[in-house]
Design a protein around this ligand. Structure first.
Ligand code: MEV
Length: 315
C-alpha cells in the first residue's frame, strides 16, 4: 500500500486572470487530503465499486495505471468546493501515490499529471492549484520568475499553446491569514466558464484581467518587502475586480466586510461564486470571531511549506 498526502491552498492574487496566462500567487495551507492505494481484486474507491466517470481519482488512474484493479481510500481535512483547492489536493495526492507505486515520483511529474487530471475533469484550468499543492509554500504561476520550479504547457481548445512558469516565492514569516468558508458550494468549472463568456463578449472583461495582472505583479514586490499595508490594499483592489468579473457572492461580501474591520485587506479566494474569502490580519482571533458572527466558518490557516509527501509504503 502507498499513502500520499497533499495540502490545500488559497490564492492571494490573480485567480481567473491566471487562466488567461496572467500571474497568480497562491499559498499552500496546513489542511491535507490523504490518498491510500493498494492492489485489489476489484476496483474500489472509498468502499464503492468504480469504473468510468470523470472524477479526479478515476481520471488519474486512467492516465497513470494499467496494471490491474486498485482499492483507493481518500481522507480529507479540506472542506470540499470551498475555494481551498480540495480537487487539486485530491489530484496531487492520487497522482503521487500512483507514481510512487510505479517507480518513484518527482515533484515535476506530479505537478504535470495532477494538472492534466484537473484539466480533464474541469475542462479548463491553470496549474496554480495543483502546482501549489505539489510544492507547498508560496508559488507564483505566470511569467518567468527567479526561482522557476517547472514549466507547464497545454494546448488550448483554440490550438493556442499556453505556457505557465511555476516559481517559488519567499514568504515573510509574520503573515497571518484567516480564511472564511461561506458554506455556499460553487463549481470552479462554471465560474471559469462565466468569466470566459464575459471576456470573449466584451473588451471590458479583458481590461479587468489586465488590471488583476498589475495587482499580482505588485503583490510579488509587496510580499518581498513584507509590506502588509500594501498587500492588504492590493487584496481589496483585487476583490473589486473579481466583483466586476461577476464571481463574487453576497455571502462572500458579508464575510469580507466583517473581516476588513480588523484586517489589512480581504478578498474572495479561488473561483468565487461562494467558496471562501481570505483576510490578512494581525488580529486573527478577532477576525475569526467576526467571520463566525456573520455565519461563516473561520479557519486560521498556517502555511504548509512541504507540499506533497509520501506517508508510508508497505505491502
Ligand atoms: C481556482 O482555484 C482558480 C481559478 O483561477 C481557476 C484555475 O486557475 O484553474 C479560478
Amino acid at each position: 500500500m502507498v499513502t500520499a498526502s497533499a495540502p490545500g491552498k488559497f490564492i492571494l492574487f490573480g485567480e481567473h486572470a491566471v487562466v488567461y496566462g496572467k500571474p497568480a500567487i497562491a499559498i499552500a495551507v496546513d489542511r491535507r487530503i490523504e490518498v491510500s492505494i493498494r492492489r485489489s481484486d476489484r476496483p474500489m474507491i472509498d468502499g464503492k465499486h468504480h469504473g468510468g466517470g470523470r472524477s479526479y481519482v478515476n481520471s488519474a488512474v486512467k492516465r497513470l495505471w494499467n496494471n490491474g484493479p486498485l482499492n483507493i481510500r481518500t481522507h480529507s481535512n479540506l472542506p470540499p468546493a470551498s475555494g481551498l483547492g480540495s480537487s487539486a489536493a485530491l489530484s496531487v495526492a492520487t497522482v503521487a501515490a500512483l507514481l510512487q507505486m510505479r517507480v518513484r515520483f518527482s515533484r515535476k511529474s506530479v505537478a504535470l499529471n495532477a494538472f492534466l487530471t484537473e484539466y480533464e475533469v474541469q475542462g479548463r484550468a491553470s496549474p496554480t492549484d495543483t502546482s501549489t499543492s505539489t510544492n507547498g509554500g508560496a508559488v507564483m504561476v505566470g511569467p518567468e520568475g527567479d526561482n522557476v520550479l517547472w514549466t507547464i504547457e497545454k494546448e488550448a481548445n483554440n490550438g493556442k499553446m499556453n505556457r505557465w512558469y511555476v516559481s517559488s516565492l519567499e514568504l515573510p514569516s509574520d503573515l497571518d491569514f484567516v480564511v472564511g468558508v461561506t458554506g455556499v458550494r460553487s463549481s470552479t468549472a462554471s465560474m471559469v466558464d462565466k468569466v470566459k463568456k464575459f471576456v470573449d463578449g466584451s473588451g471590458a472583461g479583458m481590461q479587468i484581467i489586465n488590471e488583476i495582472e498589475a495587482i499580482a505583479l505588485e503583490g510579488v514586490e509587496a510580499l518581498k518587502f513584507g509590506d502588509k499595508s500594501r498587500l492588504g490594499e492590493l487584496m481589496n483592489e483585487n476583490q473589486s475586480h473579481l466583483f466586476s468579473l461577476g464571481v463574487s457572492h453576497p455571502k462572500l461580501e458579508k464575510l469580507i466586510d466583517a473581516a476588513r474591520k480588523h484586517s489589512y485587506g480581504a478578498k474572495l479566494t479561488g473561483a468565487g461564486g461562494g467558496g471562501s474569502m481570505v483576510a490578512l490580519t494581525d488580529e486573527p482571533e478577532t477576525v475569526m470571531r467576526d467571520i463566525e458572527l456573520m455565519g461563516g466558518r473561520p479557519i486560521h490557516v498556517r502555511i504548509d511549506r512541504e507540499g506533497v509527501r509520501i506517508e508510508d509504503r508497505e505491502g
